[in-house]
Design a binder for this molecule. Structure first.
Ligand SMILES: *[C@@H]1O[C@H](CO)[C@@H](O)[C@H](O)[C@H]1NC(C)=O
Ligand SMILES: *[C@@H]1O[C@H](CO)[C@@H](O)[C@H](O)[C@H]1NC(C)=O
Length: 435
């Protein structure tokens, strides 16, 4: 999502998985395992069978969340406890996957300082995020670049190429076609995939705590509305990732806009005609064989600025259902709503709107999951902990501070866990979460 809030313009996502776990969080250090009735270290990768995610031979559903700030906050000792705090909060609500940024290109606390140069201190922070997620039974979707400027983004790569005198074009979309920039990005991909975590000793490509890689947060290439440029880039980069890492699932990071190759009835579902001309093409992009599952974002406030609450509700319901149908009927791949949010800055905002809107998404996912459909989960944008006002992007909230949303998130975790485990086992496994 694109949020402009003073100098912060952030988008993030992060995912995690607490499947079979119940926590009592006094002290995790030594007797971590004794707090879990069914604790298994994450030795298995989440896989795909048809339109569903599977783990240990059973369907795996995601009730997830975004906290884009984890790596950044893990760098400094003073802010590091926030990482544990959010994983604990997520686990206590039965959330299973967290989506977060595994990039920071050329800005404060950059992971990649300049092309191919990495800050070991920041890499160690990312190591820590992954290790702590694993320890809490949470899995991660790690996003690898940003279409937007927050934390560098594609424009930073273009600037680097320009500064080094190798850039072909000053257009920020040259990220998707300039040979030098594609080399930069592959170098970055390879370094991240091959990274050996200093805490777990595992290379990232071999770490089951990582649920999936995401090529880019919300890629758009509006300079080529035919969609060819972005399609070629996705094909090339997804093949490159799979050549190094055959363990992990991979998604594009799309918002879900239907593009030029979509049938007209699908184009009509876009929030407006303009959205079909951004160079993204949901069905075509996700048909690429090296892409394992599809993603959708949902931002009715930003996309339907003038609509009233009823129109927004109708849009949200139709938007999510339409993409799940695509997963079932056309793509034959799972679909995750990897971001959804309502801005507190929107005209006439009320917390009850969030409740309504989140519930509509959760119900759609649940109805699909119940029928073994492609709707496999959703990630709220976004959760924060106490003391993070500066990250308050008008979408963020501290779950404990809004009891109605906190309960809703928990209920969704329990419904989805019940589909996976059955109602008896769920009460045992999620003892303190599900009644
Ligand atoms: C995959 O799904 C099919 C159809 O639902 C099922 O029959 C099969 O057992 C599943 N395979 C695995 C490995 O889960
Ligand atoms: C690329 O993005 C940067 C950062 O937003 C912006 O300052 C610059 O003008 C853009 N370049 C072009 C050619 O649009």
């Amino acid at each position: 999502m694109a949020v402009s809030n003073g100098f912060f313009y952030h988008i993030l996502a992060f995912t995690s998985c607490v499947a079979f776990i119940y926590f009592s969080f006094r002290d995790f250090k030594d007797d971590f395992k004794s707090h879990f009735l069914d604790y298994k270290p994450q030795v298995r990768f989440v896989e795909i069978n048809g339109t569903q995610f599977v783990l240990d031979g059973k369907p795996f559903y995601v009730n997830g969340w975004n906290s884009y700030w984890l790596m950044d906050q893990a760098v400094d000792e003073s802010t590091r406890p926030r990482v544990n705090a959010i994983f604990r909060t997520g686990a206590q609500m039965g959330l299973t996957v967290c989506r977060t940024w595994a990039f920071n290109d050329g800005t404060y606390n950059a992971l990649q300082i300049s092309p191919g140069r990495f800050d070991e201190r920041v890499f160690q922070a990312l190591d820590r995020v992954i290790a702590e997620a694993g320890r809490h039974g949470i899995r991660l979707i790690l996003s690898l670049a940003n279409n937007l400027d927050a934390y560098g983004g594609k424009s930073q790569y273009v600037k680097w190429a320009w500064e080094e005198g190798v850039g072909l074009s000053s257009s920020n979309d040259s990220f998707f076609f300039d040979p030098s920039i594609k080399r930069y990005f592959k170098k970055y991909l390879k370094t991240v995939l091959m990274r050996r975590n200093h805490m777990s000793g595992l290379q990232y490509k071999d770490d089951p705590t990582i649920f999936a890689w995401e090529l880019m947060n919300e890629p758009r290439c509006s300079s080529d509305s035919s969609g060819r440029t972005l399609q070629n880039w996705i094909e090339e980069m997804s093949k490159y990732i799979k050549s190094i890492d055959q363990n992990h699932l991979l998604t594009v990071g799309l918002e879900g806009f239907y593009g030029p190759t979509s049938p007209p009835e699908k184009l009509n579902i876009n929030p407006g005609e303009w959205f079909g001309m951004l160079g993204a093409d949901f069905i075509r992009n996700n048909k690429i064989p090296t892409i394992d599952f599809a993603s959708v974002h949902v931002y009715p406030d930003s996309w339907l600025v003038l609509a009233d609450i009823t129109e927004k509700e109708n849009f949200v319901s139709e938007w999510v259902k339409s993409h799940i149908e695509d997963g079932d009927n056309i793509l034959k791949k799972p679909v995750l709503v990897t971001e959804f949010g309502l801005s507190s800055n929107a005209n006439g905002f009320d917390h009850s709107h969030r409740l309504l809107f989140y519930k509509s998404i959760f119900d759609t996912i649940y109805e699909s999951a119940k029928k073994n459909g492609a709707g496999s989960g959703a990630f709220v944008w976004q959760l924060i902990v106490e003391g993070m006002e500066v990250f308050h992007d008008s979408f963020a909230f501290i779950p404990e501070s809004i009891p109605s949303l906190h309960s809703l998130l928990k209920e969704q975790s329990c419904r989805l866990a019940t589909l996976r485990y059955g109602s008896n086992l769920v009460r045992q496994i999620f003892k303190n979460v599900c009644k």
